[in-house]
Design a protein around this ligand. Structure first.
Ligand SMILES: Cc1ncc(COP(=O)(O)O)c(C=O)c1O
Length: 352
């Protein structure tokens, strides 16, 4: 330890990206496998000619397009270098050192890192036995020091989703002075009509912030583009703490082009959802004893416990990269039908 940086960071697990092995099938990062959307590469190419200039720091054209699509005024929108950066900016905007950030666990692995960047105190609330958020326990975990609560719906990595009634009651019970961040990175894959669209259902609540990303259904993971919708004062505070120019001009152009391809996004998400259901049925047959939760996202969760690392290793040797959470489970991203078939062959061999 050098003593030059914060000692508490030593104990913090680093963010682990999904592994990329040349030639292997990549089902470890929750990307959509169908390539950039139509029009995106052309827009990027055109924008590339201007990269010697700083981009529009206000991201106005893209925020206007988002405002139009989602029916919210631009002053309620902020963009960032992926929604993960926006979550970090929200914590920075809301928390002083020692303030508490409550979040479910196991959930998105960036949450502990995000809390730590502001020296906020992480309060992790274990999921229910069914792999979903324990909202009653999350409520019970709130203290006068709680400034922000993260709700991941659907939850990464388990895929489970909260329904309207329980979320309504939770939001009614959270004190008005606590920000509730609804992280909806996988919203486009939700098919359960009882799982509310956070923006439509709760976007107007003063203490709710909805986070969305272009990385998943919109196919722009490599360009780092996310956005949030919040009350104007909250969005303005985020825009104040955001790293200047962190939404690049290329990302802005790509985001605008992606929004013009919304029909293709629907077509792709329909294919992903059909494959998700096929994968779920198949893995439930392979794992009759492990209760595989219903997923509302573009991945499935195999609660393999102590077998998780071994299973992922066996899949990798068979040319399919999945994401192990050692001791807990394995997350498998929905790929193309051929990729999913290859995974199922590998899974069957690993379990047999
Ligand atoms: C729940 C959740 N939120 C946010 C993100 C971050 O997405 P990005 O920073 O690429 O927008 C992810 C990515 O895996 C995620 O799973």
């Amino acid at each position: 330890m050098s003593g030059l940086t914060r000692a508490d960071l030593e104990a913090l697990p680093a963010y682990v990206p999904g592994r990329a092995v040349p030639g292997a099938i990549r089902l470890a990062s929750n990307e959509v496998p169908y390539g950039p959307l139509p029009g995106v590469v052309e827009a990027i190419t055109q924008a590339a000619a201007g990269v010697h200039r700083y981009p529009d720091m206000g991201v106005l054209a893209l925020r206007e397009a988002l405002g139009e699509r989602y029916g919210v005024p631009v002053e309620r929108i902020a963009t960032g270098c992926g929604s993960v950066a926006l979550a970090e900016h929200l914590v920075r905007a809301a928390c002083l050192p020692g303030d508490e950030v409550v979040y479910p666990w196991r959930s998105f692995e960036a949450y502990p890192i995000i809390a730590a960047t502001s020296a906020a105190t992480s309060v992790r609330v274990p999921n229910t036995a069914g792999h979903g958020h324990d909202l009653a326990a999350m409520l019970a975990a709130l203290t006068p020091r709680t400034r922000l609560v993260l709700v991941c719906n659907p939850n990464n990595p388990t895929g489970s989703a909260l329904r309207r009634g329980e979320l309504d009651a939770f939001l009614d019970a959270v004190p008005a002075g606590v920000l509730v961040v609804l992280d909806e990175a996988y919203r486009e894959f939700v098919t359960d009509p009882e799982v509310p669209d956070g923006l439509a259902a709760y976007g107007d609540r003063p203490n709710v912030v909805v986070l969305r990303t272009f990385s998943k259904a919109w196919g722009l993971a490599g360009l780092r583009l996310g956005f949030l919708v919040a009350q104007p004062a909250v969005a303005a505070a985020v825009r104040k703490v955001v790293t200047p120019f962190s939404t690049s001009g290329v990302a802005q152009a790509a985001g605008l082009a992606a929004l013009r391809a919304a029909d293709e996004v629907s077509r792709r998400t329909t294919m992903v959802v059909a494959e998700r259901e096929r994968l779920l049925a198949a893995v439930r047959t392979l794992l009759p004893e492990a209760p595989v939760p219903q997923s509302q996202a573009n991945f499935v969760w195999l609660p393999l416990g102590t077998h998780s690392a071994g299973f992922a290793g066996a899949c990798e040797r068979a040319g399919v990269i999945v994401r192990p959470f050692p001791g807990e489970g394995v997350r498998v991203t929905v790929g193309t039908p051929e990729e999913n078939d290859a995974f199922l062959v590998a899974a069957q061999a690993a379990l047999g």
